[in-house]
Design a binder for this molecule. Structure first.
Ligand code: IMP
Length: 432
């Protein structure tokens, strides 16, 4: 019963899409268990670049089944548009290939408007959300008034629930947030049109996935966002609204706790973040531009979902060790090592200084302000000049690039099993 999990070890955007793409070659089912269309997974296959926000990126493989678990929030419009986009490149997402949990919570356009209104209301201390309505949809879930996919199967009751939701959201938007309202009837009609297209895909997911596991099928669970954006273990309140860590897989898919084959922690060779919140190793100026890239390439550090330039900084091993603690990684997949080529020296954060003391571990989940009070202590490693994109074997890698990888292994006590050295599927080194 092999269950594998892929987790972002940082603040999202670690390159999980390509890791999932690679691992799903040998998986029967690829699932998502958290988040919604705030995620943005880019997979490059030859000339083609796929940007997926909802459908698990494993769907690109012809025999893989995609599952959207109950821990997610789902915008029917985004899903329908994504299915159309895939159809244009001859990837047909049929109900046999995509299973949507009947308990998945639905995002509506009203959630998106409320997301924007709440952010404006926060002013300078805004979270910097993706504006996809993720937070408001999870708020409705926790408040036990959310719409669930299974309700779409009872059209009459669903339309009256959707109407009530839009009426209430419109009040909130206009009376509380003093924002322009919307035409409720138009919005309801448009929403129902998208939602009804989901009908053939809706199923009870937990038992289906469990049966597949019992039959010996390989299941891959693809975490969206990253550990440091986890609602409980992340840099609260500058986090997303779901469980992004490995523990969320079971509740987010409706499974009981059971053995896992491996948990792959994906980390870039440096650090990035979108949105507000503490970031001890953050850089600006020329070095930030170097790491971020010009923006001319799809793999440069600009958000897949929002297009915002990402904040960038040196690799923070304090945070990687913390991510290991809360996820229990089996191995690391290191991405974008090629980006560091050309630097004379590469600083890596190995400790923090706080209140005049040097600390080697920090649990900030109770108060992320602690992280904001830390100054990074760096160890400086020698850089390498070679362009790494052509390398495919560990033995051939420049010694200094190997040294960088081995330093991460030593500090985290984790094996770095895979290294990506370019955006394309094959630009990778797998160590035996
Ligand atoms: P939300 O998930 O849209 O509510 O945004 C909450 C925080 O998570 C913001 O800082 C976002 O920038 C960040 N975030 C959400 N999804 C992603 C992602 O897929 N990659 C990186 N950051 C994300």
């Amino acid at each position: 019963m092999p269950l594998d999990i892929v987790i972002g070890a940082q603040w999202g955007d670690e390159g999980k899409g390509r890791v999932v793409d690679l691992m799903s070659e040998n998986s029967d089912i690829v699932t998502r268990y958290n988040g919604g269309d705030n995620a943005g997974h880019t997979v490059t296959v030859g000339e083609k670049i796929y940007k997926l926000h909802v459908i698990p990126s494993g769907i690109i493989h012809p025999n893989t089944i995609g599952v959207l678990g109950n821990g997610m929030v789902l915008n029917p419009q985004t899903l329908v548009e994504e299915m159309r986009m895939l159809q244009e490149v001859s990837i047909f997402v049929t109900p046999e290939r995509l299973w949507i949990s009947d308990a998945v919570q639905l995002i509506t356009p009203a959630h998106r408007l409320l997301d924007g209104a709440q952010e404006s209301n926060l002013g300078k201390v805004k979270i910097g959300t993706t504006g996809r309505g993720i937070g408001p949809a999870y708020v409705d879930k926790a408040a036990r008034r959310g719409l669930r996919a299974g309700e779409i199967l009872d059209p009459e009751s669903f339309s009256s629930r959707v109407l009530a939701h839009f009426v209430e959201a419109n009040h909130l938007l206009t009376d509380w947030y003093h924002q322009p309202g919307f035409d409720v009837d138009d919005k309801v009609k448009e929403y129902l049109d998208f939602a009804k297209q989901l009908r053939p895909f809706i199923r009870r997911i937990g038992p289906l996935v469990q049966t597949a596991l019992n039959e010996g099928k390989t299941i891959l669970a693809e975490g969206a966002q990253g550990t440091l954006l986890d609602l409980e273990q992340g840099t609260y309140p500058f986090v997303t609204s779901s469980c992004t860590t490995s523990a969320g897989v079971f509740s987010g898919l409706g499974l009981g706790v059971q053995p896992i084959r491996k948990v792959v922690g994906v980390t870039k060779a440096f650090q990035t973040r979108v949105g507000t919140g503490p970031f001890p190793t953050e850089l600006d100026g020329e070095m930030a531009n170097f790491l971020r890239g010009s923006g001319n390439n799809p793999w440069d550090e600009y958000g897949t979902t929002t297009g915002r330039p990402r904040r960038v900084g040196w690799l923070d091993l304090m945070l990687l060790k913390y991510a290991h603690e809360v996820n229990n990684f089996s191995e690391v997949f290191l991405t974008k090592l090629d980006v560091l080529s050309g630097l004379a020296n590469i600083p890596v954060c190995v400790a923090y200084q706080r209140d005049g003391k040097i600390i080697h571990s920090l649990d900030f989940s109770g108060d992320a302000r602690l992280l904001a009070q830390c100054t990074p202590i760096y160890e400086t490693l020698p850089g390498w000049q070679e362009n790494l994109r052509g390398y495919r074997n560990w033995q051939d890698l420049p010694e200094k690039a190997k040294g960088y990888v081995q330093f991460i292994e030593k500090q985290t006590s984790l094996p770095v099993q895979n290294i990506s050295v370019g955006p394309e599927r094959l630009e990778r080194i797998t160590r035996s």
